[in-house]
Write a protein that binds this ligand. Structure first.
Ligand SMILES: Cc1ncc(COP(=O)(O)O)c(C=O)c1O
Length: 416
């Protein structure tokens, strides 16, 4: 272990993050389980990338089969990308019927921003002030943890993210007022409003307790200004919410562009942007985009297998059922530091606060204790004070019971 840490530092440079005080060395995965180099197994309540389960045989087989046949770029004709995009776009409403395939969520959001700018002829962008949408130069200018070199660009405005610890912090009308103010500022500065980009469940913000309809006032303000709404579906997409394929269908708004990534290829790097034809045309004419690896035949085979498994194994209904059970367990948790519990399909949050202030040290202690009990979870939120459980979709009722019991026990060990 220390040998690997030393080699990482020597080869990858400083400040490369690992999870946990003592990092885990995972060597194998299957379903909802991860196995470390010492043969210890962990229940994976963290990873959404292995969406249909670690190393799902159907996805492995699809990748292997297509790899043995052909893998090249999209400048040759290939039915794989067309078959896949017909299936994918059929899951969308709101006229979102055309797509670009890329390799990462960051690239997808980079394209989405440029689509909005091409379609509107304006450059102003609005995001929440506690977000992460990726790591290209354009997209990282929206992120909040570390400012870009030279400071935040003036065409980006950040509005307060919904926040359960702030009185009225999950109120859609207040969010709408802040978005309208950001639009005014962008217009006065001569940028105009190209787009509002958001994750419809505000996952990185901490899965706050917003309700369907939350975005109504903000969306109306963006529409009035002629801007677009980009739904970043990297976290809620592909049926994680159980009853909806996409987060915007849960929150109840019509995006002009939707982006997706992480779960799309079950670990194979594939991501995408889905848009209305008029928005796509504006982008294609402005940029003539090409991506060497995006949408290659192996990527499409992996992504197609993911859709097959979601449907064949009924994973959305399963997610809805297990979510309800886990939500019941979370609601029954009792600890003085619990400021709120949330369930959005197979995405769960437990917010920890002391006297109304985030309690990140308590959250860190619970994450470590859970790991010691063989369960991997993570943290989100402005102060990393919110426990995040976001398991692969096959996570079942037995695992929910096991994780919830361990969580209750772990919380009891945390100092009040
Ligand atoms: C909401 C959201 N959007 C985009 C991204 C970036 O995706 P990728 O790491 O595939 O570039 C992330 C990554 O964590 C994310 O959480």
């Amino acid at each position: 272990m220390s040998d690997l840490l030393e080699r990482r530092a020597a080869l990858l440079g400083p400040n490369v993050p690992t999870f946990y005080r003592e990092p885990v060395h995972i060597v194998r995965g299957d379903g909802v389980w991860l196995h470390d180099a010492e043969g210890r197994r962990y229940l994976d309540c963290y990873n959404n990338v292995p969406h249909v389960g670690h190393c799902h045989p159907k996805v492995v087989e699809a990748i292997a089969r297509q790899s043995a046949l052909l893998n090249t770029h999209t400048r040759y004709l290939h039915a794989g990308i067309l078959d896949y995009l017909e299936r994918l776009t059929a899951t969308f409403g709101h006229g979102l019927s055309q797509a670009i395939m890329v390799c990462t969520g960051s690239e997808a959001n980079d394209i989405a921003l440029r689509m909005a700018q091409a379609a509107t002829g304006r450059t102003g962008l609005i995001a929440t002030d506690n977000t992460y949408h990726g790591n290209t130069a354009a997209v990282s200018a929206l992120n909040t943890r570390r400012p870009p070199i030279g400071g935040w660009p003036p065409h980006v405005r950040r509005v307060p993210a919904p926040d359960g610890l702030v009185p009225g912090g999950c109120d859609g009308a207040a969010f709408g007022v802040n978005v309208a103010r950001a639009i005014r500022e962008l217009e006065e500065a001569g940028f105009g409003c190209a787009a509002l980009i958001l994750c419809p469940i505000f996952a990185n913000e901490g899965l706050p307790d917003v309700a369907p309809g939350f975005l109504d006032q903000a969306a109306a303000a963006v529409r009035k200004a002629g801007g677009l709404i980009i739904s970043d579906e990297v976290q809620p997409g592909f049926g994680r919410l159980g009853r909806q394929w996409w987060g915007h269908d849960w929150l109840g708004f019509a995006p002009d562009v939707a982006t997706m990534g992480k779960p799309m290829g079950n670990g194979y790097p594939v991501a995408g942007v889905v848009a209305r034809p008029d928005v796509m045309a504006a982008f294609r004419e402005a940029f003539g985009y090409f991506n060497t690896f995006g949408g290659n035949p192996v990527a499409c085979a992996a992504a197609m297998a993911v859709l097959d498994v979601i449907e064949e194994e009924g994973l959305m209904d399963h997610a809805a059922r297990v979510s309800d059970r886990m939500a019941g367990h979370l609601a029954a948790l009792s600890h003085p530091l619990i400021a709120g519990v949330r369930a959005r399909g197979l995405f769960f949050a437990v917010e920890l606060a002391r006297d109304g202030m985030p309690a990140p040290e308590a959250a860190e202690a619970v994450v470590e204790t859970m790991k010691a009990r063989g369960i991997l979870i993570g943290r989100i939120g402005r102060a990393q004070h919110i426990l995040k459980l976001r398991p692969p979709m096959p996570f079942g009722t037995a695992e929910a019971d096991f994780a919830a019991e361990a969580l209750a026990d772990s919380l009891q060990e945390v100092a009040v």
